[in-house]
Design a protein around this ligand. Sequence first.
Ligand code: M6R
Length: 605
Amino acid sequence: MCGIIGYSGSFCAQKILLDGLEQLEYRGYDSAGMALQKSNGELFLRKKAGRVSVLREACEGAPINSVCGIGHTRWATHGGVNDVNAHPHNCGKVTLIHNGIIENYHEITAAFGFAGRLHSETDTEVAACLLDYLYQGDPFEALRQAVDILTGSYAFCILFADQPGRIFCIRNVSPLVAAHNDSGSFVASDLTALIAYGKSYFVVPEETVMTLSPEGISIRDLSGQPVEPEILTVDWNVESARKGGYPHYMIKEINEQPEALQNTVLPRLKDGLPDFTDEGIPDTLFASCDNITVIACGTAMYAGMVGKAVMEQAFKIPVSVHIASEFRYDTPLISSRTLTIVISQSGETIDTLAALRLAKACSSRTLAIVNVKGSAIARESDYVLYTHAGPEIAVASTKAYTVQLAVLYLIACRFSLLRGCFTADQGRKFIAALLSSSGAMEQMIRHDQAIREAVKTVKRSDHAFFIGRGLDYAFSLEGALKLKEISYIHAEAYAAGELKHGTIALIEERTPVVALATQEKIFAKTISNVREVRARGAAVILIVKEGAQVDPDIYDIRIDLPVSQDEFAVFPAAVSLQLLAYYTSDAKGLNVDKPRNLAKSVTVE
Ligand code: M6R
């Protein structure tokens, strides 16, 4: 949470920071601010509650001629949303921006007597005071000492009044990437802010002090030794992080799913079957485990629920799915015979990272499914399978979900082959069906009339229910999450057979019920549950496979999925549920890409 950018070079820093903050706004949009430093050390601080556009307006009216500065977009944790709590924060010679949480800021305030110096309610301002207190003309030394005092997660970019043109950075857990090229030196919380300036970058190593200047970037570990970071190459282009003619990122990303699925699956096939050896993942990892634990948050966790259903069915070993924020404080029943799969689009969700560390401490082998290269979760897990979705900017996750599923299906296939549950021929058929899901998603995107019709029913209501059994239940969870997070309609996903044990009391005349009935084995059972809600007045939106025979009296709207095999229904179904949420939010005039109270990456507990 919170977007960070810093620049030191020879071009207009104000422009670079404002453009970068716009790219980073999905990390938090409570306030935005920047500090620009002139070559004589003079500092200009601008910060405003609200969107980056508010800051841009304030800055462009009175531009500052500077080639060095830091900028921040905030997701509020400590203190309300107002100008004073916005970053940067200044104390004496120190001006800084921060992503993360300083857990011991109360103790530091008391121990160093900072109370009288603070203007804001933020933990960040306390860190600025601490650094100013420790600073005796040597930024490295002040930072080295601060690291011993601060607890929590942080990525700081710091300007010192008497060090013009230089930005000092330090991080613990919270992400920072950096790059130097002909335009100067750049640092940011994520790559989307940097890709306009070049293809090479590196992940700033933890426990190092990094210094940016127009001439280059230097890094030293805390004992003062130089550190050479590993240079990586971005495989996204600038356009992939722009809207590209779409009204919102979310609809662009929904449209990108067919291609993202192909990009994720095809490079991993050998002779039509999945093979992960090029990614350094040995078959012994799969062959030698007795059970699988999947850990994630939100959408990624719901992808895990689908993965569980598919994996248990395919190779018949127990798979359990855990909410990371719960798992991390549990006493998990896992061992060296457990394969822990952690799933995260950003690779920086703090609860998922903590759960990964706990799984490793329990001797479990760990495999991460991650979208962002070089992210903390990718680096810390024993093995990583990247999803190749490209940047996902909309806060509501769409393409990350379907490619996470694709990787879980690949794993299911590889496991099944190794454990003798699939012949090579069966494996090839499974993979062919997976690849054809790309076409099914495409068709769903092109033929969305029924979904648009369903929006008219859903948008009028304050509540909606999603029901299904088995796999249908697993993907209805994600459908309900999508609807509530961007349309603010209370939506609940329920196992269809469980409804009459209480929840059916909430069904009233015209309550929207999105019923998924795509699974042959339990089709008739789900349809019975649909009749039960219909009898109580529900407005039923029924999602079934094309050709399914259903009495038209039991639904208001029918959405047909172009798919034949049950286990692949999730791909077009996911698209239909995403579009339902998207069009509903848009029809209500809401901010689809930046729903209230949310941010893209959840880096606080
Ligand atoms: O980056 P991660 O996949 O770890 O994020 C986990 C959740 O915060 C995320 O999936 C969230 O639920 C979605 N943005 C919802 O659409």
